[in-house]
Design a protein around this ligand. Sequence first.
Ligand SMILES: *Cc1c(COP(=O)(O)O)cnc(C)c1O
Length: 458
Amino acid sequence: MSKIPYKIYLSEDELPTQWMNIRPFMKELPEPMLNPATGKPCTKEDLLPVFCEDLVDQELNVTDKYFDIPGEILDFYKMYRPSPLIRAYTLEKALGTPAKIYYKFEGTNTSGSHKLNSAAAQVYYAKKQGLTHLTTETGAGQWGTALSMACAFYDMQLKVFMVKVSAQQKPHRKAVIETYGGLVIPSPSDTTEIGRKILENNPGTGGSLGCAISEAIEVATHTPDCRYVLGSVLNHVLMHQTVIGLETKKACEKYDINPDIIIGCAGGGSNLGGLITPFMADKISGKNDIHFIAVEPASCPSLTRGKFAYDFGDTGKTTPLMKMYTLGSGFIPSANHAGGLRYHGMNSVLSKLYDDGYFEARSVEQTKVFEAATYFAKCEGTLPAPESSHAIRVAMDEAIKCKETGEAKTILFGLTGTGYFDMTAYQAYHNKTMTDYIPTDEDLEKGFATLPDLCALK
Ligand SMILES: *Cc1c(COP(=O)(O)O)cnc(C)c1O
């Protein structure tokens, strides 16, 4: 067979025209979201005050396998998609591995990550509903940037609550968000009731995604024609991200690439879920036996050390309850952890698939992650985001294992974004001031103690 090119690009008319909903393919569905006030499954009406209507429909739909991507969203996608599937020839050579390594690179747009895939969709549906304002949270800043880009495109007003440590570590992120017209507020802030409460209880906190979400929801529910949008965790977000996996699968089929292992980093689960959905649907029906690996930071280990329980999505305990792997909504990750993947929970579908044994999860320490990031940058040229580098770490570990066993496995991972705004963290790695924080069992117990008592709620 002819040599696989360095970069595989699909043509514009090979772009997926539908997203894929993983739930109808599952043998057992995940438990439904619950309304914390009643303890009953959330209805559409429960969710409409917070979320856009079409997104609520997508969130609650467990029967339709595919959703058409509206033409206006496809037009947006065409500005930066398809993204390339890259063969890491140089990395393979440097590692001296017989493994074949591929990565799907989502960092080719200005927001620098896969987040734009869902931002484009969510803002479109908000606009279609006649809304004028959106609020959101952002951790490392990629989601805020993506959403600000989409809001500029569809002419919507945006308020972004940015996790305070990230805002301090990445001042230029704020400037990019503002360039596209978004307003940035470091969280926790004194502009919301919940923010003031969090500040009172934890003065000096660097914030967390959970806090920022509470603030954004409070503003959304108190502002006319305004809704809240979320960049990960929810099922509709994961579904928008299946454009990644569908492109990847099409490219693999075109070049007869059969992955043995697929690896993704996991924060709230959207890129991992989006990448693996089409392959996982086949695995569930026995058509492949791919080994999927989710990689999370050792400092925020929701899959590897969390509990599978109903929990709130935010620190302020205002969201519906989701059955997920969680460290407890009161878990606040260490401030010295660089960048994203700081969320306490995990998407409920992925949590269910993980609990049912469909994939493996590993946690890695951040100095090991930056070691891999630096190695990858030198080989492949691309400067990876710290989040993405969790996947690089495990892809390299697996490739090194192949060197030891002589197996020529095909390893595919999601390179979710670029790390240009993460140079403070890279610098800390170079200076050797970066440390590895691993929560003790007692630290985790404090988070678990914040899990809601379902009996008490009913
Ligand atoms: C947000 C983000 C992640 C993690 O979010 P998921 O929802 O778990 O995908 C990973 N990589 C990058 C570059 C991100 O911006």
